[in-house]
Design a protein around this ligand. Structure first.
Ligand code: NAD
Length: 489
């Protein structure tokens, strides 16, 4: 992927204000936004809490019953489409802001995060005008049909790894279904959400429909959203332990919840698969976005017949990945998001060494980078199955590789986790592909590919990786209240 021009010097980082009832507003306190690639201050972020969330919820409640309620689906769809168009018009600028905030390569931010964010709006704009309703004829006795209404005011709490992509994955269906929103981006990555608020206004979203409050999680804006009695539903993407805290906070007011949580996804490689395809895709599924994608396949299992060849080729290809400045063309791995996260990932590398693991690549910073939270892509072998590096989510450019002999054995190992988000299976044996896919405990299973998405399909995790599904009709179901009408004939 080559981008003709990287407009870094034409785009300035922005100070991030809340957006409440159609206006940018400030708080009494601010915090600093740090560029993880340089450790420099990018700007300030307003620090919201109970007061700001309460204002935003009041605005969202009022807007729910205003003009937003009366417009047709066609008009709402047009507004969504305009938001998509405005993101597309500003895609280079937004990709710069995303790369500055997260440390990810600009080219990835442009191709993956920002284009997909625009597409989220196009997709749900189309979906809204083409979907039908559920209806059943019960013999000659009755006709049953379901009507949809908005859930109401929806709180959206977002992670830092794919900031705009995941925020729009929630906001687009939320608006399509006629709700109003109070969004909270992760504290590390506030910039593109701020631009999105401006875009929503320009696209014709009525004041109060989309609100944005910056801040932290516990005892801050995040908690204020989850505890607010007038928030009807909360959609959250982030760590599993945060999901537990949100569920507890939301329990007294019985909010509807959608959770997309952590993962420790197996990548199972049988020795009949095509090694070159495996290597090319496994590089991405291991290290794309610095391994900071919930769907990354961080536990690699390779059948013995291919183990040696896989390790040689995968290690060589990993060492060839360009690590460094997110704004240099061809960079494949940038900086991880923050000092705290850098220290967390590095601590797992130390744990692996203590547990007797062998490092085939990485394990530290690139020699030429003095500043920034860079970690070389790290491959670890020789760990036993109870190793913390195999059991716990690291969420960085670190993978473990384990050999296996039999299908049954690898299925057991793949399922030996509290998580159940994604899995990848590599094999050219059609029967085995189906057989293994049906036994793997994960919500999203790829065979001979990774990260190939169709937004109509159910997306989400089982076990401790989530509650509910997003995507197409699944998103609409979360963002709607369905009422059944029965008419006796
Ligand atoms: P996190 O849970 O630390 O934070 C996510 C958001 O929750 C932030 O906005 C944070 O401010 C807020 N928050 C934290 N504590 C809170 C509280 N007590 N109440 C309310 N809000 C609170 O997660 P993160 O570190 O930003 O993101 C990484 C995690 O997200 C990883 O575990 C990753 O697997 C997961 N993730 C999952 C998916 C998915 O689709 N399943 C997608 C992306 C990331």
């Amino acid at each position: 992927m080559q981008v003709k021009e990287i407009p870094k010097n034409k785009v300035e980082a922005i100070n991030c204000f809340h957006f409440i009832d159609g206006e940018f507003v400030s708080s009494d306190t601010q915090f600093q936004n740090i560029n993880p690639a340089t450790e420099e201050v990018l700007g300030t972020v307003e620090e919201g809490g109970k007061k700001e969330v309460d204002r935003a919820v009041k605005a969202a409640r009022k807007a729910l019953n205003g003009e937003w309620k009366t417009i047709t689906n066609r008009e709402r769809s047009n507004i969504l489409r305009r938001i998509g168009d405005l993101i597309t018009e500003r895609q280079e600028e937004m990709a710069v802001l995303e790369a500055l905030d997260t440390g990810k390569p600009y080219e990835i931010a442009l191709e993956m995060d920002i284009k997909r964010a625009a597409y989220n709006f196009y997709f749900f704009a189309d979906y809204l005008t083409s979907m039908g309703t559920e209806a059943y004829q019960q013999d000659q006795q009755a006709l049953h049909y379901a009507i949809r209404r908005p859930v109401g005011v929806v709180g959206m709490i977002n992670p830092w790894n794919l900031p705009l992509l995941l925020l729009t994955w929630k906001l687009a269906p939320c608006l399509a279904a006629g709700n109003t929103a109070v969004m909270k981006p992760a504290e590390w990555t506030p910039m593109t959400a701020t631009v999105l608020a401006e875009i929503c206004k320009e696209a014709g979203v009525p004041d109060g429909v989309v609100n944005l409050v910056h801040g932290f999680g516990a005892n801050s804006a995040g908690a204020a959203i989850t505890e607010h009695p007038d928030v009807d539903a909360v959609t959250f993407t982030g760590e599993t332990k945060t999901g537990t805290a949100i569920m507890q906070a939301a329990a007294p007011t019985l909010k509807k919840l959608s959770f997309e949580l952590g993962g420790k996804n197996p990548n199972i490689i049988f020795d009949d698969s095509d090694i070159d395809e495996v290597i090319e895709t496994t590089l991405k599924s291991s290290f794309m976005n610095q391994g900071e994608v919930c769907l990354c396949g961080s536990r690699i299992y390779v059948q013995e017949g291919m183990y040696k060849e896989f390790l040689e080729k995968f290690t060589a290809a990993t060492k060839d990945l360009k690590v460094g400045d997110p704004f240099e063309s061809g960079t494949r791995v940038g900086a991880v998001v923050s000092k705290e996260h850098y220290e967390k990932v590095m601590s797992y590398i130390d744990i692996a060494k203590e547990e007797g693991g062998t490092l085939l690549s990485g394990g530290g910073r690139p020699a030429n980078m003095e500043k920034g939270y860079y970690i070389n892509p790290t491959i670890i072998t020789d760990l036993d199955r109870d190793s913390r590096c195999i059991r716990e989510e690291i969420f960085g450019p670190v993978v473990t590789v384990v050999p296996f002999q039999e299908e049954e054995e690898v299925i057991k190992q793949a399922n030996d986790t509290h998580y159940g988000l994604g899995a990848t299976i590599w094999t050219n044996d059609l029967r085995r592909a189906h057989r293994v896919a049906q036994q793997i405990e994960a919500g999203i299973i790829w065979v001979n590919t990774w990260y190939l998405r169709d937004l109509r399909t159910p997306f989400g995790g089982m076990k401790n990786s989530g509650i509910g599904r997003e995507g197409g009709a699944h998103s609409f179901d979360f963002y709607s209240e369905l009422s059944n009408v029965t008419i006796k004939m």
